[in-house]
Write a new protein. Structure first.
Length: 466
């Protein structure tokens, strides 16, 4: 009995000590947390602007020249930033971007949304571009992408994942409210990794963009006070991407494409059979998709040859319009609903199977296993030397990557993460701002640039004559 009492006493003491130890730890953690918050607040200087952080003092020109000392110095600064401390991951808080419409003039002027108005050629105004942007977290990163690609004469549709926080959704609404050419798609999806809804999210935006004039006429709440834009080409983006071509360059590229798309195709990818043979379902509770053993999918309809590609591309408006009225393509979409990662198969297969679209300008090069696009640059694991870190087998870009990526022929570079390296991102913004002005003055006859792009198109057997 006595023994039992002693054990109980010992046990109680143990619990008590553990609890005290726990409290000390919690206290330590919270003081650490406060210290970091204060430090970050100072850096962000919120009194100056809720919408932007102070500029980091680095020499981007040297970084672009791969200057070893400057890169070393920048890495040291980056390390000292405590970005991964658990206070908003070093990002501006999403709630900074929740504001009433009356604050829009401040937002627009502080963030310089109209800074390129005097650096826009008539051919850009005559050739509006549509964007479909998928986003689910980190308002600051989304806003900085929008800021880089925004032009008052283009049109921007945003899809917000249904599982995003209400703060995030509210912040994106506040931003969209400030512009007559930025809107949130009329139908939001709950996106599960590799599920059909990822593709559906793009479809929703594309449909709305094709139909926005009617939605405006019908006073749809998402399109109140928006304007009609006769866009000609569409780019779809994720908010972790960044453009390396100016709007003028895009217009020149799209004019060369002359109705063709730029879609990456990989004809020899081995994952197709597994991903397409089984039937997959959404499991919303566990936020994943799953397949049932032996539940086999039928062959794709209309003798479609499946190929893998990218979920992102550059698309002609007529081509996109056709998707939603062409019965063969609608059958294909229905079939894709229960496959794995259909966004990576849809665009590439559509492009390759020219019998699906009477006006297709794609000419397959039978010998080629890969058809390269100019829509995207990805630093793929295994074929790219990453200066940053790997995430889902794609390089998250950092200082040592910048010199290479700005010289890529692609339109968009994937990917940057502000919470990982906000300094490289700042350099990319400075570089792009300057490039817009330079290209504006160099004008429309930049033979080198166009020749280079043309030779690429010729290799791709487009029906372009340049
Ligand atoms: C950091 O914050 C996130 C989001 O608030 C939370 O889910 C996570 O548990 C936190 N991590 C740590 C180590 O405290
Ligand atoms: C554009 O140019 C006009 C006239 O030169 C000038 O008044 C205006 O401030 C400029 N706007 C911007 C955004 O630079
Ligand atoms: C094909 O192009 C012609 C001529 O531009 C057009 O009238 C027709 O509607 C197009 N068809 C499709 C399916 O886009
Ligand atoms: C563009 O520049 C090249 C080389 O300077 C010149 O040969 C060509 O005629 C110019 N084209 C136009 C349309 O001005
Ligand atoms: C562009 O396409 C149209 C019709 O699709 C064609 O008639 C024209 O020759 C093409 N232009 C060039 C420069 O390839």
């Amino acid at each position: 009995m006595k023994k039992l009492k002693r054990y109980t006493q010992f046990f109680l003491n143990l619990v008590l000590f553990s609890f005290i130890f726990y409290l000390i730890n919690v206290y330590n953690d919270s003081t650490k947390y406060e210290k970091q918050t204060v430090k970050n607040d100072k850096r962000l200087d919120l009194s100056k602007s809720l919408f932007e952080r102070d500029k980091y003092t680095i020499n981007c020109d040297l970084i672009f020249k791969k200057d070893e000392n400057e890169i070393k110095k920048s890495k040291t600064i980056l390390k000292s930033l405590d970005l991964n401390a658990n206070n908003s991951y070093g990002l501006l808080s999403d709630s900074n971007f929740i504001f009433p419409k009356s604050n829009c003039p401040d937002f627009i002027s502080q963030r310089g949304y109209f800074r390129f108005n005097n650096y826009t050629h008539q051919i850009e105004l005559d050739f509006p571009i549509a964007y479909s942007i998928l986003t689910y977290e980190h308002t600051e990163q989304f806003e900085r992408l929008l800021n880089a690609i925004y032009r008052p004469h283009n049109i921007y549709c945003i899809h917000i994942d249904l599982k995003s926080s209400s703060f995030f959704k509210e912040s994106i609404r506040s931003i969209a409210n400030c512009f007559d050419n930025v809107f949130i798609t009329t139908k939001l999806e709950y996106i599960i990794y590799a599920g059909f809804n990822r593709l559906k999210a793009d479809f929703n935006c594309i449909k709305d963009l094709l139909d926005h004039e009617n939605l405006i006429d019908e006073n749809h709440p998402n399109l109140l006070n928006k304007k009609k834009v006769a866009w000609k080409y569409l780019l779809n983006l994720a908010s972790s991407e960044f453009p390396i071509k100016t709007n003028l360059e895009l217009v020149q590229i799209f004019q060369l494409l002359n109705g063709s798309n730029s879609i990456y195709i990989n004809k020899v990818h081995g994952m197709i059979s597994h991903r397409m043979k089984n039937i997959f379902f959404n499991d919303y509770l566990n936020n994943r998709i799953y397949s049932i053993k032996k539940a086999r999918n039928n062959k794709p309809p209309h003798s479609i040859r499946l190929v893998k590609g990218s979920a992102y591309g550059a698309f002609d408006r007529m081509f996109l319009k056709n998707i939603f009225i062409n019965s063969k393509i609608l059958d294909f979409i229905k079939w894709l609903k229960h496959t794995y990662s259909p966004d990576e198969f849809f665009w590439a297969s559509l492009e390759l199977n020219t019998h699906l679209y009477e006006n297709s300008t794609f000419k397959d090069s039978k010998k080629a296993n890969y058809i390269y696009d100019i829509a995207r640059f990805n630093g793929w694991y295994g074929s790219y030397e990453c200066g940053g870190m790997w995430r889902h087998k794609i390089c998250v870009l950092s200082f040592e990557d910048l010199n290479r990526v700005i010289n890529e022929r692609s339109i968009i570079v994937n990917k940057f993460m502000l919470e990982y390296d906000p300094m490289s991102y700042q350099c990319m913004e400075e570089w792009l701002n300057r490039k817009v002005v330079e290209k504006f003055y160099k004008g429309l006859n930049e033979t080198y640039f166009l020749k280079d792009i043309c030779s690429l198109f010729r290799k791709r057997s487009f029906k372009v004559d340049c």
